[in-house]
Design a protein around this ligand. Sequence first.
Ligand code: GLC
Length: 602
Amino acid sequence: MGSVETTAPSHYQERAHFKECIIYQVYPASFCDANGDGMGDVQGVISKLDYLKDLGVDVIWLSPVYKSPFIDNGYDISEYHEIDPRFGTLADVDQLIAEMHKRDMKLVMDLVVNHCSDQHEWFVESRKSKDNPYRDFFWWRPAKYSDSGERLPPNNWREEFSSGSAWEWDELTQEYYLHLYCKEQPDLNWETPAVRQAIYTDIMKWWLDRGCDGFRMDVINLISKVPSLPDAPIKNPEEKFQESYKYTANGPRIHEFLQEMNREVLSKYPGLITVGETPFTHHDFDVLVPYVLPENKELQTIFQFEQQEVDGYPQLVPKDYKLSEFKEITARWQIEMQNRGGWNSIYLENHDVARSISRFGNDTTPTYRTLTAKLLSALQCTLSGTLYVYQGEEIAMANLPKDWPIEEYVDIASQVYYAEELAVRKHKTGEEKPDMSDIMSALQRKSRDHARNPMQWDDGLDAGFSPINKKGWVGKPWMRVHDDYKEWNVAKQIGDPESVLSFWKKMIAFRKSHLACTYGYFTLLSPSNEEVFAYTKEYKDERLLVLLNFTKEDVSYTLPEQAGAVGDMSDFTGNYTSGPPHFEGREVKLRPYEALVVAGGK
Ligand code: GLC
C-alpha cells in the first residue's frame, strides 16, 4: 500500500503523553458511593483506581466535585476551593491525587469558569450595589422599554436550558444580569481583567499547586462575548428569544484570553493535560482548529460537537441519520486535523449525551448490544487523537428503559423541556393530559439522564453502587439504577474474556502497542457505502485496516484499490472469536456488526 497523500506538518505524528494517554471520565455523583448516602463520592473514586488502572486508564477527568447548590449537577460552583460535602472533603481529593500519582495516573479537574453559581461570593457581592467592587465580574445591563413601557431584557438572547431569556431581572439594583445557562449560573465577564486574574491565580494555580494535572474547560469557547451584546439573528420567528451563539461562541477575544491563560498559567506547569469544550460551532474548522494549533499556545485538544449532532440538533430534537453522514464527519475531523496540524479528541460519550450503543449501535438484544459495544470500541480505539472513555461505556451501559416515566428524568434540561412543552400543549388543547409521546420519545433517545444513572458494579442491591452499611441499610441512590444491572455489570464482565469490558481492555492495549491507532494518517474507504465503515491508518511503516459492519446482516465487502494489497492477516483483532478474516480476492464477508482491525506493514 502506498503512502497516503497528506499535507500534515511533521509535528502531527510527534509522540506526546497527552496524545497517547487514555482518559476516563468520572461523573462523581454516579460513579461509586463509598459512604452509603446514595451519592457517589471521592472515596468511591479512590476505591476504583485499581480497576481503572487495570483497564488501561492513564488519566481521570473528574466532573465537578466543588461546592455547589447542584442546580446543574455541580456545573454551578459556589466555592472553587471547597469540595461539596456530598462528595467528601478536600483531604479526600488530596488523597485521590496522591493515590493516582502513586499509580502513575493523572487527575484532570473540570474548570467551570464561563459562569459560576449565583451563590458564589463574587455574585453575592456583585448584586449588592452598582458600585460594588465585584459588579463588573458579571454582565449587568439596564432594561430596555417597549413603546408601551413594558420592561424588556437588554437583548433577545435565549438561555440554553429553556426558551426563556438569558437575562434575569434583579430587583435590588434594578438591572438585568446575563446567564447563558440557567439563572442560577451567572456568566462571568472576562472583559474585566480582575476576573481573569482571579481565575488564573485563585482557581487554576491553586489547584495545580495542589497536584492536579490539568483541566477540562467547560464551554470555554463562550468566555468572550461581543461586548456590545447585539440582538441575535431571528432563526425561529415563533420564539421570543433566540440562540445567541453568533455573538457568544468563539467571540472576538477568545484566542487572546486563552493565550494569556496559557502564558500565565498552563505553560508554567509542564506535563499538563488540557481540553476545551467547544459547543455551538458547526462545520467550521477555521474557527475551531486554531484553539489546538501548537504554535498558538492555547489548548491541546477540544471537544467538537459535530459528531454528536449527527442525530439531531438541538439535542432534544432527534433526527435519523445515515451511516455515510456519520463516516463523513468522522473522516473530515481526522483529515482536517492531520492536514492542519491540530489534534483531535476522540469520544462518543460523556455526561451530557445519551449512551453510544443506544444511539450508534444496537441495544435491542444482548448479542447485538455486545457486538455493537465492541464495534464502537474498535472504532474509537483506532482513531487518531486523544481517547476519552466515559464511565459505564466500557460495560455497554445503555439508555434508560423506555417505560420509565418523566419523573425519573432528573436533569434540569429534560425537566424544563418537558414542562415547557406540556404547558404549551395544555394551553393549545385545553386538555389536562395532552399527548406527550413524541417528547418522551425524544428524551428516551437523547436526554442527558441516560449518562447519569449509577454505574453498575455488580448484581447486588442497587448494582453495588452504594455499600450496605453495618446495619444493613443502604442509601437510596440519588438516581434510579437501570433495570438491567443484574445482567450488565462490571463483576459479571471482569473475568469473562468475551465480555465488552475485556474487549475494551484488549483494544486499549492494542491502541497502546500500535501507534498507527493514535497517530496514523487516516484514509476513508468507500465513503458512500451505507453498511460498512472502512478505513486505513498509516504511521511510519505500520498500517491498519479497519472494517466495521454497522448492520445486523451478513455483508460482503470489496476492498477498494485505494486500500492497497490485502496482505498478511495474522495480526488482527475483532469482535468475533473465530479465526482471521477470510478474503477471496479483495472480497471479505463480514458477519452482523462485525468489527475487524488488521495490522500489518506497508
Ligand atoms: C457544559 C457541561 C454541562 C453543563 C454546561 C453548563 O456543557 O458539560 O453539563 O450543563 O456546560 O455548565
